[in-house]
Design a protein around this ligand. Sequence first.
Ligand code: SF4
Length: 44
Amino acid sequence: MPSLLNPPQGCRFAARCKYAMDVCTQAIPPLKEVAPGHRVACVL
Ligand code: SF4
């Protein structure tokens, strides 16, 4: 698990995500609403 005091750039899950791509470490993905009241922050 990455440091919470000094988190890595980009998605906080990138080091543990089997779907991680280069873009995941470049910027935090924006939140998108996928269902009423349910938002996700993932490039997928
Ligand atoms: S943005 Fe999505 S695909 Fe990329 S590392 Fe994070 S959870 Fe995984």
